[in-house]
Ligand binder design. Sequence first.
Ligand code: DHB
Ligand code: FE
Length: 279
Amino acid sequence: MARITAGVASSHIPALGVASDLNKTEEAYWAPAFAGYDWTKRWEAEQKPDVVILVYNDHASAFDMKIIPTFAIGCGESYQPADEGWGPRKVPVVEGHPDLAWHIAQSCILDEFDMTIINEMDVDHGLTVPLTMMFGKPEAWPCKVIPLAVNVVTYPPPSGNRCWALGEAIARAVASFPEDLNVQIWGTGGMSHQLQGPRAGLINAEWDNRFLDGLEGDSDALRHIPHIEYLRETGSEGIEMVMWLVMRGALGKATRTLHRHYHVPASNTAVGHIVLEPV
Ligand code: DHB
Ligand code: FE
């Protein structure tokens, strides 16, 4: 039987991907941001997940104003890194797990979550930067990846409550997959960031750390935070944090924290990262 063994959350700041690609991770500005992932890189090398369900958002790379699915699941064989304006990142191709992805799609849709099924797309920094942060610079990514895209780009994004409930449905789907697989679920994006306008650069470390606190233990208070609070307290792009709640919902009633990291600033935004296991 497939099992969700852990949940990981991380910001997906594109500049972190660039710092890695250009071998700048030891430089004074970047080193403290990357240092918080050293523990996780060692842990992932021991855990050897077979599959990561990677909850992320597309930033107008695969989707544009022509089509914006609220929840979409990648059922393809593989995904190329997207060209985000400077050519595709020179990172490995992302290998999917079509059998598990189709199973999750079927299970969630029959469980009344109307997922969009994607067979072909490129994946942008939202997905590739977390892979870099957790796995470094391997020749090939060490596991299969099921992209799960959430709309947090155009109003209205799904509510935190709906994201949490989708996580619960994903956990039911994984638990009913007959193959013995070590599955992790990752939530990406966040934390505080506003990329444009008079409030650009807004960082609310206190709020971000309370959100990290809320992922720990058995409270489900985070699922009830209204959109307006994310926007007001953490900036317009802070809404990406609802994706962390898909991860948290999939871990069940309670969690234990294995590792936690928070650093500001990186590219005018906050870096947040947590590793949780279900208890
Ligand atoms: C930036 C972009 C993102 O998509 C994000 O989540 C954080 C930061 C940026 O351009 O700096
Ligand atoms: Fe983003």
